[in-house]
Design a protein around this ligand. Sequence first.
Ligand code: SPV
Ligand code: MG
Length: 280
Amino acid sequence: MTQTSLVHIMAAHSPLSAILAEEAGFDGLWASGFELSALYGLPDMSLISMTQHLDMLRAIAGRTTLSIVADIDTGYGNAINVIHAIGEYERAGASAVVIEDKTFPKVTSLVASGRQELLRIEEFKGKIAAAVTTRRDPDFLVIARTEALIAGLGETEALQRAQAYVDAGADMILIHSKKKDPSEIESFSRAWTGSVPLAIVPNAYPELNAERVKALGNIRMTIYGNYGIRAAATGLQETFRRIIADGGVQNVHKDILPVEEIFRLQRMDEIKSAESRFLC
Ligand code: SPV
Ligand code: MG
């Protein structure tokens, strides 16, 4: 397969983070389960409900023109739950879903000694086939994510699962690794001869940049999976600590966005012109 393009997808945990991602020039958004869980102060372990995730996705879709890739974890249950979820996510404004082959409830992939249990291949194939059969828009992407490397089952199992999921109708394979360098991903990519492209989430191996990804030739999507919430938490943590240390906001105010910039991001100008037009 020859590389045609690489899309850069930024995680969004709120409409504001989505607006900032769009302005920065990303190609699309990742409605990340990890980021939304963290926003609620919770670990990413199937604690956030589908309704909570959908509500945020709808709010994001209302404030951006970017396509949204929905991280629907395990699909909230079995193939029947997936059928329900696909209808909901398509209606909510997602352009794609990623479903992972872990058991429900899942444990976040990158945590040390996480309990990583995978579904039987046949059962997960049923979930992918259910998603593909349910979608209304043929361009709505069903991306199958295998956690075989995360579970320590090795490349042969990961390749076997990925091919089985393509056979079930998956449009793309997301291959994830928690190794601290990209060797597992690069090796998988070189070994992959399947008919669909790959997606990756270089959280544990950030040195796998666009240039290296393009050189591999079959990765079409890079998802920046936890950078939004980490950047936001960095800003909040530093600012809050400074205010306590300084005994006020007299220093910190110069180093954060002015309120006028927040007005711009809120599109206050549109409201002002509507006020002068319609508030008679
Ligand atoms: C997410 O952002 O929710 C992901 C990526 O699924 S990771 O947290 O690295 O598993
Ligand atoms: Mg996730």
